[in-house]
Design a protein around this ligand. Structure first.
Ligand code: HEC
Length: 287
């Protein structure tokens, strides 16, 4: 073992207010954290939900225990990464979801697939994946905005790290736990943010999914902030919408070809009044 387990523990200590702060919705937690490796009625990288049901029906505690500290059981299977970051309530709601949707389902006879195989869920767009990504903290979240444009958002420091075009993520190095627990970016990095956009210490408050895309929530001091993204057509860039509650006067240094739909932009410096800061959108055009 145990690079994965170790890294998971890092997440736990690095982001005390982790993803489990969002209302625990078993179905979406499952999609985000489990569906890359587990399918309903057939083996994928890990066993089917029907098989989980056989083992864990009526045993939520044992299920949670496995997810926090997965063991090694099946010959030839990779090691399952710990899901400790979801917390007890999160894992309980995943358990309820797994039990509910596997009820009465009959499994197809398929062997566990080669872990090199791409899970069907990995090709769905948009897609959000909790992964260990290069050049980001241990709480990185990969977001495929559409079939061309993706980004890495760091939930540890609550900021965009970089955006890239091409493919999304090759999770294999991460899944394989072969010493390198990081997934690989597929494509070319087009925009990197070297410093946080806002001054002050940000605290992650979870994210929700709206129309398939994450709405990141965090606080800086007494300010509650949300951050959402879209891709410009033809991999031309990204838009980034913020809300500040309450609004506060902001003075931001913008990098690259970035514009804002409000405020005053002069020599790369954006000035927003408190009213303008309640809702504004930055557009980064890739060079
Ligand atoms: C990166 C791939 C991967 C992810 C993500 C993943 N699992 Fe697994 N899971 C596996 C593999 C591989 C096994 C089989 C391990 C073995 O038998 O040695 C497994 C086994 C299991 C088992 C069976 C345990 C047993 O006693 O046989 C359960 C239950 C389970 N996973 C639940 C989950 C849940 C719930 C999530 C999401 C919160 C999740 N897994 C996410 C790969 C994964």
């Amino acid at each position: 073992m145990k690079p994965i387990l170790l890294a998971s523990l890092l997440i736990l200590s690095g982001t005390p207010r982790a993803i489990s702060d969002t209302p625990a919705d078993g179905a979406s937690l499952f999609t985000l954290n489990c569906s890359a490796c587990h399918m309903l009625d057939q083996g994928l990288v890990g066993p089917s939900l029907v098989e989980m049901r056989k083992i864990y029906s009526g045993k939520p505690d044992a299920f949670v225990k496995w997810c926090v500290a997965p063991g090694r059981k099946r010959l030839g299977a990779i090691e399952m990464p710990s899901m400790v970051h979801l917390g007890q309530p999160g894992l309980r709601s995943v358990y309820e979801h797994v039990m509910a949707i596997s009820k009465g389902v009959v499994a197809k006879k398929v062997d566990l697939r080669d872990s090199f195989a791409t899970a069907p869920t990995q090709t769905v767009r948009p897609l959000v994946q909790r992964m260990f990504l290069p050049d980001a903290g241990p709480a990185a979240i990969g977001v495929a905005l559409d079939d061309k444009t993706s980004l890495c958002w760091d939930a540890g420091s609550c900021r965009l790290r970089y955006s890239w075009t091409g493919g999304f993520i090759d999770g294999f190095p991460y899944w394989k736990a072969n010493g390198s627990s990081q997934a690989t970016i597929v494509g070319k990095i087009r925009y990197t943010e070297t410093a946080p956009l806002f001054p002050g210490t940000a605290k992650f408050a979870g994210y929700q999914i709206a129309s398939g895309l994450p709405v990141f929530r965090y606080t800086i001091g007494s300010q509650a902030i949300t951050e959402t993204y879209t891709a410009l057509p033809a991999a031309a860039g990204i838009t980034r919408s913020f809300t500040f509650s309450p609004g506060t006067a902001l003075s931001l240094k913008l990098t690259g070809k970035t514009i804002c739909d409000t405020g005053t932009l002069k020599d790369g410096k954006l000035t927003l009044t408190p009213a303008q800061a309640t809702r504004f959108t930055l557009t980064h055009r890739f060079q």
